[in-house]
Design a protein around this ligand. Structure first.
Ligand SMILES: Cc1cc2nc3c(=O)[nH]c(=O)nc-3n(C[C@H](O)[C@H](O)[C@H](O)COP(=O)(O)OP(=O)(O)OC[C@H]3O[C@@H](n4cnc5c(N)ncnc54)[C@H](O)[C@@H]3O)c2cc1C
Ligand code: SF4
Length: 542
């Protein structure tokens, strides 16, 4: 095998690509991982809210365009581990019902080509691999699972426990959010995670967050058959003369252009960049872009309708690790609104620096410092629906154009109203109902403040849907194994395969699906895994 020829090339090292590399590494196959970014440098600034939230130091400096041609600076990160380096590690399974068709106020959320039961074993593997801490049976909408979480839930700190008790008294079923951090509360002196206040949105300085670099890529590259090339931006994929196989992968690496070949190419650049890469790779056999005979590639972009709401109390909120409580009582609707509304949980505790920087006079009644010390900082997610006109395109100059018109917004407004109503019922021992001073709408993401609005388009954290898997070649570019229908050796395993966005965080589903597709690729490579013998090769076949 020549130097630039591999069995498998994986492009991107986030939730999808990093997990795929981990899964395939023990096969002995010659694997090349291409990642456009470098490692996140380990430095004190990793945990500095000024550097991270205000200066947006770790975000890409790329600019994209919106549908009106206005520049936008995406809040996304190009590093080994992808966006999982900065994620909040809330690792949810989709609900069983999310895999079927669901009627929303704003339209239909389409069915997936696989059922929850088909993905369930991979969710279990994913939870074990990413050290998920949670308690089964608390979340009223959680689907059946074949085993308990590998770790007990991260405990609530007193203020969050008080809120949980209040919400439970009012008839709701608050639960512990499943989180992927390497925290051992029974053994704090040995625990890798120190339970700090700079987790969600920050890279973990002590390597204790279950991100795709720490959990997967670092492990994969211990195998001599696996090579990782960082700072390697994949520019295009070219096919052979038949147009049925990706033949070469062209990479810009430290100012040089290099080409690599593989029997199997796995694209996992994130939903926006994967679509852009396929669109940029068009040729005479694929005039609309690679794998795009369906004209689906780039379309149906979804990113959730997200907002942050700060509930201010007279009592302070000294919580350090806030992302432990969730409420799913309104996920599928309520008596007065029979449509799905979504999911309520928390962002990491907001701090004075983050609030002060760039914040206009959010409210005349409170100082920002008071707000930061007294707020409960809720994160609300509602499903946005796949619309073919919400799409990723590549402009003439190669720039990404992201066109998006929000939809299904009534559900999000109803979810906000439900939270407001629930908060009014909270009743503290010192101030009674008077403790709760109000709820302030704030679309907050990184360095910008958008008072009373949703997270803006630049907040692409939950990007998904742009390549789509499915049974119907007219409405999906990928088959049920996430193989591009138009090509024999191309797979896509980042968030772009989602046919609908559901309303819980996406990463665990991306991870579980990468393990599922990884098993398919293993069998295609002639590798079987059995519990007794581990992974072994029986033959090489394609
Ligand atoms: C602040 C923040 C908080 C979040 N919190 C949560 C959470 O709590 N729970 C949750 O489930 N999700 C969360 N998310 C979302 C989660 O991080 C993503 O869903 C997940 O990382 C997506 O995985 P992916 O494999 O699709 O893409 P990514 O993780 O984005 O990985 C894509 C990789 O491809 C690389 N790449 C891109 N283009 C190229 C190219 N042309 N050549 C080579 N490499 C390329 C990128 O550098 C990157 O490493 C959060 C995201 C952010 C930003
Ligand atoms: S130490 Fe724990 S809480 Fe702090 S960033 Fe790391 S994983 Fe998150």
């Amino acid at each position: 095998m020549s130097d630039n020829r591999y069995d498998v090339i994986i492009i991107g090292t986030g939730a999808g690509g990093g997990t795929m590399a981990y899964h395939l590494a023990p096969t002995g196959k010659k694997i090349l991982i291409l990642e456009r970014g470098d490692y996140v440098p380990r430095e004190k600034a990793n945990w500095d809210p000024q550097v991270v939230n205000v200066d947006a130091h770790y975000n890409t400096k790329e600019s994209w365009l919106d549908k009106d041609g206005k520049e936008l600076h995406p809040h996304t990160n190009y590093y080994v581990g992808g966006n999982t380096k900065f994620y909040g590690a809330a690792l949810f399974r989709l609900r069983k019902e999310d895999f079927g068709e669901l009627r929303h106020h704003g339209g239909i959320s389409p069915a997936w080509p696989i059922t929850y039961d088909e993905l369930e074993p991979y969710y279990t593997q994913a939870e074990n691999l990413y050290h998920v801490h949670g308690n089964r049976g608390e979340d009223p909408t959680e689907p059946a699972a074949s085993s308990p979480y590998p770790w007990p839930a991260v405990s609530h700190e007193p203020r969050i426990q008080q809120l949980s008790d209040d919400l439970a008294r009012s008839g709701l079923k608050p639960f512990h959010v499943p989180v992927g951090v390497m925290l051992d509360e029974r053994n704090p002196t040995k625990s890798r995670c120190i339970r700090c206040n700079t987790c969600d949105g920050f890279a973990c300085l002590v390597g204790a967050k279950s991100d795709a670099q720490v959990v997967c890529v670092d492990e994969a590259i211990k195998y001599p058959n696996v090579t990782l090339l960082t700072n390697a931006l994949v520019q295009r994929l070219d096919t052979d003369a038949s147009g049925r196989e990706v033949k070469t992968v062209t990479v810009e690496h430290k100012g040089q252009t290099k080409t690599y070949c593989a029997d199997i190419v796995v694209v996992s650049c994130g939903a926006i960049n994967s679509a852009a890469l396929l669109l940029r790779s068009g040729n005479d056999k694929h005039p609309r872009g690679l794998a795009n005979s369906s004209d689906v590639v780039g379309r149906h972009y979804m990113g959730h309708t997200n907002s942050v709401l700060m509930a201010i109390s007279k009592c302070p909120n000294p919580t350090i690790f806030q992302k432990t409580l969730g409420v799913n009582d309104f996920y599928f609707g309520s008596d007065d609104f029979p449509y799905p509304m979504g999911h309520i949980s928390f962002v990491g505790k907001l701090d004075g620096i983050t609030l002060k920087a760039g914040a206009p006079a959010i409210t005349p009644n409170f100082t920002l410092e008071f707000m930061a010390k007294h707020s409960l900082d809720f994160w609300l997610t509602s499903e946005d629906l796949p619309d073919p006109n919400n799409r990723v395109e590549v402009g003439r100059d190669g720039k990404i154009v992201l066109s998006y018109t929000p939809n299904n917004l009534e559900s999000h407004a109803r979810l906000q109203a439900k939270l407001k109503q629930a908060m009014k019922q909270t009743n503290c021992a010192v101030h009674g109902h008077e403790c709760h001073q109000g709820l302030f709408g704030q679309g907050f993401f990184g360095r910008n403040f958008y008072v009373g609005q949703r997270i803006p388009l630049a907040g692409v954290a939950h990007q998904n849907g742009t390549v789509r898997f499915g049974h119907d070649p007219k409405t999906s570019a990928l088959d049920v194994n996430c193989k591009a229908r138009d090509l024999d050796n191309l797979y896509v395993v980042d968030g772009s395969f989602f046919p609908s966005s559901a309303a819980v965080n996406p990463a665990l589903t991306i991870i579980a699906n990468a393990l599922r597709v990884g098993d398919h690729i293993k069998s295609r490579l002639g590798v079987v895994t059995d519990a007794m013998a581990g992974t072994r090769e029986i033959a090489f076949s394609r």
